[in-house]
Every structure is written in structure tokens, then in C-alpha cells.
Design a protein around this ligand. Structure first.
Ligand code: TRP
Length: 320
């Protein structure tokens, strides 16, 4: 049986280089090889905040990011939760398959609750991983390119698929996670790379913005540049970033810089990142808001057809 790839992003801000090397590169490599769905998880935005915020703007930016990195809407179905009611309706039977205890011990949910700015934790915070199972299973996804933090959610999806099949007969595959091959990139301040922390190079950043961000990056006082992740995490992270952009081992770049110090290191990193982003920036300029809307409208229609077929099958299996 051939694979179906499904993955998604919450539309909460622009994508950055961490996303690129973590999952976007994988998606571009897999498009055309397998049928692929990319979900703009708009309903998932309200799991850790009270309102969706600038949702339309964020959705447009996300679509432009997708087109910029080279996702091809003829080969990939790009769609959103809120346009596919039949996907959302799968949540109801799926919720009946998991216990409250299982929902409560999801480590990613626990972590999000710990970092949430909400005054009260909503029911959706505990149940969205089951909704994510609907995201993956509506198209019978088998391969899910994600980061490590998503593994507990994938376990929920596998559990839902297994229990559904046991209770009602074989309908769903048990999907597998697909992890990016690249090492985790940190932000330019050494912490977790995140748009909201101002330490990430977004795919939409200009050359000047990129240079300014890298100029401010944290390094250390040792002039001799070496690749030492343990003792010099900030320098190592910059070397890794340059290495990923250049397709070269970071150790080799460190040796070339030698005793050139942080100034040389930052110049090398800035050039590497800007050269790498040049074709992505060019493609971004070739697409406008109208293209983005059209891509989404077409994707939504295709996804909906798929969801209707799966919901029919689910209802029939359950005897509704
Ligand atoms: N939870 C994912 C994130 O925060 C986004 C997401 C929603 C997703 N539905 C998905 C990822 C389905 C993979 C598959 O990044």
C-alpha cells in the first residue's frame, strides 16, 4: 500500500529557518512522490489563547511561505480546518475512543499548559490531540513529518485508529512519524527558536533584517572558532546554521574561520543564510495574496471531498 503524507502548522506567525530544516525541506522532498496534504490548523490556534487573533493575515503569510519554499499546489493539497466540516465531525466519534486519563497525561499538552498565558485551561487544550487524529485520519494519512514535540499526539492518533478498527472493523491505517534528519536549531540567543522570542530568522526576512539579527546573535569571547556543542552552544549553533545552508559539515566551516573570531563567523553565517534564502525570497515575490487565496480554495475543495468519503465510511462502520 502506498503512503499518504499529512502534516500541518498552526497559523500563528511566519515560518522560520527552524521550520525549514525541521519539516518544510522534508515536505518539498516528498511532494510528487506520495499524495500529500498540508493542513493550516486554524481551529488549533485557539487551544492556548482565547481568540484566533489576526487569523486571516497569518493564514495568508503561511500560504506565501509554503509557495516560497517550493510547495507545489498541483501536487500538494493545502487546506484549513474551518473549511472542512466533515473532518471536524470525526472528532465526536474519536473522542469516545479515549479516556480522560489518557488525555490528561499527554506531555506536550502538559508543557503547553505550563507555558500558556491563559487564565483558565480550556477543554480544547486537552482534546485537540484527538482533533489532530482527525486531521491525520480523515485522509488515511500514513506518514506524518513532524518535530519531536508532536510524537505524543501521533501516539494518540495511533490509539484512535487502533481502537476504532477494533470496535467497528478495519477503516484506518496506523500512521508513522517522520522526523527531520537535521539537528535542532536554537534561536540566535541560544534558547528555543521561536518567532515570539525575536530570536528566529523568518523565511520572509529581508537581507538587512537577517544581517541585523545575526549581528546581535550571542557568541563568546574566544577568538578561535571551534565546533563544540557542549561548551560553546551559541557558536556551535551558528556554525550549524551556516552548515545547513551551505550543505557542509559545521566542523569544516569552523576550521576555515580559525582565529577570525565572532566577526568573521557572523559574516560567514550572514552570507550563507542570505544566499540560501535568495531563491525563497524570489519565489515569495512572485506570489500575491490572490494566488494564496486561490490555492487554499482549491485545496479546501479537494480535502473536503476526501473528508466526506471518510466520514461516510465511519458512519457506515458504526451503524449510523
Ligand atoms: N500540532 C501541530 C503544531 O503545533 C500542528 C498540527 C495540527 C499538525 N494538525 C496536525 C501536525 C496534523 C501534524 C499533523 O505544530
Amino acid at each position: 500500500m502506498s503512503d499518504v503524507v499529512l502534516t500541518g502548522d498552526r497559523p500563528t506567525g511566519q515560518l522560520h529557518l527552524g521550520h525549514y530544516f525541521g519539516t518544510l525541506a522534508n515536505r518539498v522532498a516528498l511532494q510528487g512522490v506520495h499524495p500529500m496534504y498540508v493542513l493550516i490548523a486554524d481551529y488549533q490556534v485557539i487551544t492556548d489563547r482565547d481568540t484566533p487573533g489576526e487569523i486571516q493575515r497569518n493564514i495568508t503569510e503561511l500560504l506565501l511561505d509554503y509557495l516560497a519554499v517550493g510547495l507545489d499546489p498541483r501536487q500538494v493539497t493545502i487546506f484549513q480546518h474551518s473549511a472542512v466540516p466533515e473532518l471536524n465531525q470525526l472528532l465526536l466519534p474519536f473522542l469516545s475512543l479515549v479516556s480522560v486519563a489518557e488525555l490528561s497525561r499527554n506531555p506536550t499538552v502538559k508543557d503547553e499548559i505550563a507555558h500558556s498565558s491563559q487564565s483558565a485551561v480550556s477543554g480544547l487544550m486537552f482534546t485537540y490531540p484527538v482533533h489532530q487524529a482527525a486531521d491525520i485520519l480523515f485522509c488515511k494519512g500514513t506518514l506524518v513529518p513532524v518535530g519531536k514535540d508532536q510524537l505524543p499526539h501521533l501516539e494518540v492518533t495511533r490509539l484512535v485508529a487502533r481502537r476504532f478498527n477494533e470496535r467497528y472493523g478495519p477503516v484506518f491505517p496506523e500512521p508513522q512519524a517522520m522526523m527531520g534528519a537535521s539537528p535542532m536549531l536554537r534561536g540566535l540567543d541560544g534558547g528555543k527558536m521561536s518567532k515570539s522570542r525575536g530570536n528566529a530568522i523568518t523565511l520572509a526576512a529581508t537581507e538587512d533584517e537577517t544581517a541585523a539579527l545575526i549581528r546581535k546573535a550571542r557568541t563568546d569571547a574566544d577568538r578561535l572558532i571551534t565546533f563544540d556543542e557542549e561548551r560553546r552552544p551559541e557558536v556551535a549553533n551558528l556554525l550549524m546554521l551556516a552548515g545547513l545552508c551551505l550543505g557542509r559539515p559545521p566542523q569544516e566551516i569552523a576550521e576555515e574561520i580559525g582565529d577570525g573570531g565572532a566577526v568573521t563567523l557572523k559574516r560567514v553565517v550572514t552570507d550563507a543564510v542570505n544566499d540560501f534564502l535568495a531563491p525563497i525570497r524570489k519565489r515569495r515575490r512572485e506570489h500575491g495574496e490572490a494566488d494564496a487565496r486561490e490555492v487554499l480554495a482549491e485545496g479546501n475543495e479537494r480535502a473536503r471531498e476526501r473528508a466526506i468519503a471518510t466520514l461516510d465510511e465511519v458512519r457506515a462502520a458504526m451503524g449510523f
